[in-house]
Design a protein around this ligand. Structure first.
Ligand SMILES: Cc1ncc(COP(=O)(O)O)c(C=O)c1O
Length: 492
């Protein structure tokens, strides 16, 4: 390398600002559409004109403010405390409620909130050498990540294949003397069902164990749906025994990415979440959350979003979402060969197929080809493969187009027939062990699946999903990690 060559993001000579933005816009052209109501995962779009501009302006105001020291930047502390108060109030806490002492922290996202809920529970029990947590099998994978990072054992409780919820008695039976936390979802991501929080919190409380309600996904949607008359079961601080709740503002609060709130019923429950260290020559580090330096951008953007939308705005958006969910579910019911996995009581529509002539992974590709981006979910235990739709308010104006597109896609998928994996690949998927995967084997597989050569992810993914579906979970994990490793290479 010479000192005058462009290398990746760093040009030898700085570029004019408009050219830089043009480059980014050109890169963005390959992305899935974040607006327009046809992407049913990853993004949460209220479809409110002007909201992006407001959030971006707020972000820019605070992008260089550092959450590392709340005394140096009181603006950030004020906005964080305001976000926590709003979330706590929405979720049954605050003055005049049964949980008047609720406190919380703003984190970077759901995974960080869950990691911290597990850390707080673990560190509240320093007497235990082998702490454990209990979670329904439908709980978000971030609990497995937390267990892995924090060296806490994870005891999963199966979910009923019909209700998609865990049995409370089975949760109770899974609690051991070493259990530091019991988990419930409100709702689960995969199927959008709310766990029996009252029962789960009761058995946790009876055992003297903390109970975390993961409302990362739906915590900012369920309260509005309830106010609109939906039969939302109890899931928040009104439920005795619930000790902490997480709610992501970058999901149904429609804030830009990077903001979640972790609430605890009282300050003593939160205390072990913090990390403080003074035994070095620099500043005494006190971190309520995992990151130390934290940009004020996401916090200010979330603050602006809540202030602008207000309760009336969120109610309106929840009504639009509810109607969109009903419309999409109706389209699924009206389409032969498809079956809803669960009654869509929240903001998820999830369906499967019992028809061997209809390959769900091919259907997903056919929907993609028509501009509808859904999320395939692989077979798990006794649950069939399914298609997940996270529904947001921006979907409402598109609902009428979805039914015909679904019917057309189903017809095309039937005509195409099930995805065919080369027999040697299928045999490999069934017989390979994660340990036997060599870099050469992975490169060969990636080649066979059309993933190689820096082309990124192909438009048609049915073959890849069929391979993954045939593989046990441990092999799926390894394969996907290796494939992502192939994608994440320096752009020399
Ligand atoms: C129920 C639930 N918990 C946790 C998470 C993790 O959130 P994040 O992706 O913000 O880390 C998600 C994400 O979809 C979720 O649905």
């Amino acid at each position: 390398m010479t000192d005058t060559a462009d290398v990746g993001a760093l040009p030898a000579r700085g570029m004019p600002a408009p050219d830089v933005l043009d480059e980014i816009r050109a890169l963005r052209a390959a992305d899935r559409p974040t607006h327009g109501g046809r992407l049913f995962a990853y993004v949460y779009d209220p479809g409110v004109a002007g909201l992006d501009e407001l959030a971006q302006a707020a972000y820019a105001e605070s992008a260089h403010v550092n959450g590392l020291d709340p005394t140096a930047f009181p603006s950030l502390l004020a906005m964080e405390n305001a976000l926590v108060a709003a979330a706590a109030r929405l979720l049954g806490g605050g003055p005049g409620t049964g949980a008047p002492d609720v406190v919380g922290s703003v984190t970077s996202g759901g995974t960080e909130s869950l990691l911290l809920a597990v850390k707080a529970a673990r560190d509240a029990r320093p007497d235990l050498t082998e702490p454990r947590i209990v979670a329904p099998a439908s709980a978000h994978a971030a609990f497995a990540k937390a267990a892995h990072y924090l060296r806490v054992a994870l005891d999963t409780v199966p979910v009923d294949p019909v209700t998609l919820r865990p049995d409370v008695a089975a949760v109770a039976a899974a609690i051991r003397p070493e259990t530091v936390l019991v988990v419930a979802s409100a709702p689960s991501y995969a199927h959008g069902v709310v766990d029996p929080v009252t029962g789960i919190a009761a058995v946790a409380q009876a055992a003297g164990v903390r109970c975390h309600v993961d409302a990362c996904f739906g915590g900012w949607a369920l309260p509005w749906l309830r106010r609109l008359g939906a039969p939302v079961p109890p899931f928040d601080f009104a439920v005795p025994g619930v000790t902490s709740i997480s709610v992501d503002l970058h999901k149904y609060a429609y804030a830009p990415k990077g903001v979640s709130v972790l609430l605890h019923r009282d300050p003593a429950l939160r205390a072990p979440q913090f990390f403080a260290y003074g035994d070095w020559p620099g500043y005494t580090m006190v971190n309520p959350v995992i990151a130390s330096t934290r940009s004020g951008g996401p916090i200010a953007a979330a603050y602006a979003t809540l202030r602008h939308l207000g309760e009336d705005g969120y109610l309106r958006l929840a009504a639009a979402t509810r109607d969109a969910v009903a419309g999409l579910a109706g389209a699924v019911r009206a389409t032969g060969g498809l079956r809803l996995m669960a009654e869509p009581d929240t903001t998820v529509v999830c369906f499967t197929s019992d028809d061997p002539g209809l390959d769900l992974f091919v259907l997903v590709d056919e929907l993609t080809a028509r501009g509808w981006h859904t999320q395939p979910q692989l077979t798990y235990a006794d649950l069939p493969a399914s298609v997940h739709l996270t529904v947001t308010a921006a979907v409402a104006p598109r609902v009428a187009e979805f039914g015909p597109a679904l019917a057309e896609s189903v017809a095309a998928a039937r005509a195409a027939g099930p995805a065919v994996l080369p027999p040697e690949l299928l045999a490999l998927a069934g017989s390979l062990t994660p340990e036997a995967l060599t870099p050469e084997l992975v490169a060969g597989l990636a080649d066979g699946l059309g993933l190689a050569g820096g082309a990124g992810v192909p438009d048609r993914t049915a073959v890849v999903n069929t391979l993954l579906d045939a593989a046990p979970a441990r092999l799926r994990e390894r394969l996907l990690a290796e494939f992502v490793g192939l994608l994440q290479r320096p752009a020399w």
